[in-house]
Design a protein around this ligand. Sequence first.
Ligand SMILES: C[S@@+](CC[C@H](N)C(=O)[O-])C[C@H]1O[C@@H](n2cnc3c(N)ncnc32)[C@H](O)[C@@H]1O
Length: 283
Amino acid sequence: MTAAPDNILVDHAEISDEELMEIGLILSMWRNFKMSVYKDKCMKRRVSIRMRSTRCRDAAEYCNLLRQSPLELDLLQKALTIHVSQFFRNPSMFDKLRTEVLPELFGACAAGEADALRICCLGCAGGEEPFSLAILLREHFSREMRTVQTFIQGTDIDAETLRLAQQGEYMEDRLKEVSAELRVRYFRPSGARSRLVPEIRQMVTFLQGDITATAMYAPSNLVLCRNTLIYFTRPDQEKILNGVADILPAGGILVLGKSETLVGDVRRRFEAICPVERIYRRI
Ligand SMILES: C[S@@+](CC[C@H](N)C(=O)[O-])C[C@H]1O[C@@H](n2cnc3c(N)ncnc32)[C@H](O)[C@@H]1O
């Protein structure tokens, strides 16, 4: 392949709908990845970043590269599913879970309304969110966990990000919201990274899965689906939210990201218990 000169920059506006569809077909054929569920604008932006990195002049040249390079297919899929996360991202939401939501859910379990507390993080990236919950539970709900079995599961479509999650090792930028006290208690230095102690790592299981196929997820009393829906088209957001509603029992809790909200008819299946933190209860 001929390298593009330095002054060629591929703008996402230059990727036509037809070209995006062609790239989607290649990904679906070779990686079983459904690009059509995500917003076109977002996909075009991410594809153009890969086109620039691979110095392809246009989408046709990039499609040829994709057909020849399994590595580029992996890199593109990774670029399309954004894995930015942080421990205790939006700390005020974790405060709300600690002071209101979790006491209520543990109370319901103790009253025999549920046999265990099952927490599911959909789109969990490198495990920052489920591990933050594990730390929160260990810090504030140890007594409750002696009598109520508690399970935390993180799911994501990306196998590589889940492999990193299982290692439980993090660079500094992921730990900005972790207090000095919690760092000492739950992290150990590991080269340039910090590694979670086994006590916390063992509290979370990970499962590779596609959020658009929620039928595979186990029933949960608390589902977090934060900063993930935002990348999907509105009809797919609604489909995903209906799938989530199906795995939550009445009284179960759903938490969305700060810039996400319930859309369409699925709003009838929830009541908002804290609109600011995007926390909803299944009716
Ligand atoms: C921006 S991260 C959000 C991480 C975390 N929930 C948070 O709020 O910090 C979005 C995650 O959604 C995952 N994701 C994207 N499409 C998905 C799909 N179809 N099924 C499951 N996970 C998906 C990505 O792989 C990525 O790890």
